[in-house]
Ligand binder design. Structure first.
Ligand code: FES
Ligand code: FES
Length: 172
């Protein structure tokens, strides 16, 4: 019969250095701490939400490097020497970003629980190029789940964004 492995508490922690919303910091983290729990509880940024906690709903989406990622599926240790962005980075001095304004103006949220994940997924997508059609908007929204408001307002919000050529569908 195999014996239970006892973890040495001193070895179950590690130091990570991570840039969060432009501020670089060093943190002592439990090696098994998820990135979502690190952001919410240790860093104190509660805008990243947890829904399913197994990679399906997208509520926990943040940007790491230049990619939208599910923070419930990553460990804080995996963010070592990375740069991450959370929903708290979008508004500046209390002024909403164009994407947040578009969500507000088009009634693109109801309870809002899913919204931070949608916003961060869309920020990453819009950095790749403008969203120029409803089909592209629906594709951009397809990785996240909203349980209460439906997607029509979010599509309208994306179609209302200005593009570099003055048409709708583009800026963050
Ligand atoms: S909480 Fe991470 S994908 Fe649902
Ligand atoms: S607005 Fe409630 S889950 Fe999306």
């Amino acid at each position: 019969m195999s014996e239970a492995v006892e973890l040495d508490p001193a070895e179950a922690k590690m130091w990570i250095t991570v840039t969060i919303n432009g501020s670089k910091g060093t943190y002592l983290v439990d090696q098994r701490l998820t990135l979502a729990d690190f952001i919410r509880k240790q860093v104190g940024l509660p805008g990243t939400h947890l829904g399913c906690e197994h990679g399906s709903c997208g509520a926990c989406t943040i940007i790491m490097g230049d990619k939208a990622v599910r923070s419930c599926l990553l460990l804080a240790a995996q963010a070592d020497r990375e740069s991450i962005e959370t929903v708290e980075s979008l508004a500046e001095d209390g002024v909403l970003s164009p994407l947040q304004e578009a969500f507000h103006a088009n009634h693109a949220l109801q309870c809002g629980y899913c919204t931070s994940g949608f916003l961060m997924s869309l920020v990453a997508r819009l950095r790749e190029g403008p969203i120029e059609s409803e089909a592209q908007a629906r594709e951009a929204l397809s990785g996240n789940i909203c349980r209460c408001t439906g997607y029509t307002g979010m599509v309208a919000a994306l179609m209302s964004l200005p593009t570099p050529n003055g048409q709708s569908g583009g800026a963050q």
